[in-house]
Ligand binder design. Sequence first.
Ligand SMILES: C[C@@H](C(=O)O)C(=O)SCCNC(=O)CCNC(=O)[C@H](O)C(C)(C)COP(=O)(O)OP(=O)(O)OC[C@H]1O[C@@H](n2cnc3c(N)ncnc32)[C@H](O)[C@@H]1OP(=O)(O)O
Ligand SMILES: [Co+2]
Length: 134
Amino acid sequence: MIGRLNHVAIAVPDLEAGIAQYRDVLGAKVSEPQDEPDHGVTVVFVELPNTKIELLYPLGDNSPIKGFLEKNASGGIHHVCYEVDDILAARDKLQASGARVLGDGEPKIGAHGKPVLFLHPKDFNGTLVELEQV
Ligand SMILES: C[C@@H](C(=O)O)C(=O)SCCNC(=O)CCNC(=O)[C@H](O)C(C)(C)COP(=O)(O)OP(=O)(O)OC[C@H]1O[C@@H](n2cnc3c(N)ncnc32)[C@H](O)[C@@H]1OP(=O)(O)O
Ligand SMILES: [Co+2]
């Protein structure tokens, strides 16, 4: 059901420092910051030849990454995103298997303009999983 790794997301406590590190120290191609108010984050994409890294910084008062950054003050790997062909079929199959789909269970439009869903980290070996329909 899952396909390619679309991105690995890293929550960062200082977005400008994170951008400078990936661009100037690691020598990667880094996008401009993009506010995602529906998701409560500002996102920067680091383009690698085979996948992307998503740098995440909290946006607004109810950011879903606020608690994570409080627990991980220097930042940390926040989620992995796998591509699926049919996100509603994937959701229904996962829910039938007992996995918890976060939020109201309806896909939202993600940072690439495609539908996304999140699966509870406690159901996937302590890893928050994002699914993106491509
Ligand atoms: C723009 C879009 C895109 O790519 O297109 C994005 O990625 S948006 C990316 C941002 N959006 C999201 O993350 C949306 C989905 N996320 C959420 O709904 C939330 O962040 C939850 C995953 C439910 C966590 O919420 P919250 O921090 O309030 O929960 P909590 O403190 O009660 O945590 C419950 C337990 O899960 C753990 N926990 C929390 N976040 C975790 C993470 N990212 N990875 C692994 N474990 C995690 C906590 O340590 C805790 O474990 P213990 O009990 O053992 O201490
Ligand atoms: Co993501």
